[in-house]
Design a protein around this ligand. Structure first.
Ligand SMILES: Cc1cc2nc3c(=O)[nH]c(=O)nc-3n(C[C@H](O)[C@H](O)[C@H](O)COP(=O)(O)OP(=O)(O)OC[C@H]3O[C@@H](n4cnc5c(N)ncnc54)[C@H](O)[C@@H]3O)c2cc1C
Length: 398
């Protein structure tokens, strides 16, 4: 097992840094680094910049216009862009549905959908969860009934991130009610402009409109939008969930946010000294730093194993749990650093270019919302309790 980056990897890292310095728009970087609100255009511009470089599909095979990078290169890339303050790649198109279409979609679907995902022209959302079907995903109830060359879709999805922006949604739908739940699910691509679809916002506790309910009322979907075989959707759904794992630990993001925490703690004054010099507070920062370093090394071990084995293993669950705990701990310390100034929830003041007054120091304005928003990390993508079940069963053999 080799945990050191090779000389080639180091050269690659420099190449990525040079690209970021040249191509990451300063206004977007400012928003990310300061926890301000990003809009659709910010994400699209960054995807377009990546696409122009030929890096739009960092984890895609070259035959589909991807980079063909190794797992280590993907890791370096993800770490560098996150640490530099690039927006995260919205995963639903590039990292989720695209690999499914590549592996199981028809050539016509590959030609129709993949180029527009790569270029950022079409925006996707993920229609997996339903009320009552989150962790227990196999129980989805949204139905798709065959009617000639169409499926008639009825039901409700929920927690659908950024559905308000999406051109397409990929859905798990029930096509057979009579069999074992996993055997009656299909994977359907649905145009969000179809009559019968309505999107209703869910406002989260940080005041953001990030998630939605998506309702389907007699929506007619051409059968050509079925991916793979009817009733084989559970296999594709699991493939999708297991596919994108190199960045699950969020090391780059945690490094960037830890640096922000240190900046804040350097500016806050306690007992006449910068807070970062307070022994108790600095000890807590040090603990996070140690945890992050340990996680980074664990991540490299997993990557090293992946390079040999070529498939991701259940270790990703460890990375997810610890990675989310670290990111949440950083947001907790940030709010504690500024004390009362972390209480006001001021989304208006989180818009770039806001000229009004701030309740306290400007860097404190986004902290309440960031703290509340980051609670989601241990819920979505398989809650941390579910990850613990996976570790118990697949790693510990319990
Ligand atoms: C901000 C956000 C964005 C999301 N975006 C999307 C999206 O774009 N598309 C999408 O399809 N879904 C999305 N989700 C949904 C997400 O995948 C689910 O919330 C998640 O899978 C948990 O399901 P649930 O909410 O139904 O909770 P439940 O499954 O009802 O779980 C409730 C609690 O019970 C625990 N629990 C459940 N089962 C077990 C078990 N077997 N053992 C131990 N503990 C258990 C859970 O850990 C949790 O704490 C999003 C969620 C959030 C919060």
């Amino acid at each position: 097992m080799n945990l050191n980056f090779s000389e080639q990897d180091q050269i690659f890292r420099q190449e990525v840094r040079a690209f970021i310095a040249r191509a990451l728009p300063a206004d977007i970087q400012h928003k990310v680094v300061n926890g301000l609100i990003l809009d659709r255009d910010d994400y699209v511009r960054w995807q377009q910049a990546l696409h122009a470089q030929g890096w739009g599909g960092s984890s895609w095979a070259t035959e589909f216009g991807g980079t063909g990078w190794s797992a280590v290169q993907k890791y370096i890339f993800e770490e560098e862009v996150a640490a530099a303050g690039a927006p995260r790649i919205i995963p639903f198109g590039v990292k989720m549905v695209a690999p499914v279409i590549m592996a199981f979609g028809s050539p016509a679907q590959q030609q129709r959908f993949l180029p527009n995902i790569l270029s950022g022209e079409e925006w996707w959302c993920q229609g997996y969860s339903e009320p009552g079907s989150g962790s227990d995903l196999a129980s989805v109830k949204t139905t798709a009934q065959r009617d000639g060359d169409y499926y008639i879709v009825n039901g409700q999805k929920t927690w659908t991130t950024q559905a308000q922006y999406a051109d397409w949604i990929f859905c798990l739908v029930r096509t057979d009610q009579e069999v074992k739940p996993q055997r009656g699910i299909s994977f359907l691509l649905i145009d969000m402009k179809m009559p019968g679809i309505s999107v209703r916002p869910i406002i989260t506790m940080d005041g953001a409109h990030e998630v939605n309910e998506v309702w389907f009322d007699q929506v007619r979907v051409p059968t050509e939008n079925l991916v793979g075989e009817e009733n084989a959707g559970w296999t594709y759904a699991k493939f999708l969930l297991g596919h994108e794992r190199t960045n699950i630990a969020g090391i780059g993001i945690a490094k960037r946010e830890l640096a922000r925490l240190k900046r804040i703690a350097s500016q806050e004054i306690k007992n006449g000294k910068p807070l970062i010099q307070d022994p108790q507070f600095s000890l807590r920062i040090a603990q996070i730093q140690v945890d992050l370093t340990a996680l980074e090394i664990t991540n490299l071990r997993v990557l090293s194993a992946e390079e040999q084995r070529k498939t991701p293993g259940p270790e990703a669950s460890i990375l997810k749990i610890k990675g989310t705990e670290i990111q949440q701990a950083i947001t907790e310390l940030m709010t504690q650093a500024v004390g009362l100034y972390a209480l006001p929830l001021r989304r208006d003041a989180m818009a770039a270019g806001y000229q009004g007054e701030h309740a306290g120091p400007e860097y404190a304005t986004s902290l309440a919302a960031n703290y509340l928003n980051m609670r989601k990390l241990s819920i979505y993508g398989g809650s941390n309790e579910i990850q613990k079940n996976i570790i118990a069963q697949m790693i510990l053999g319990l």
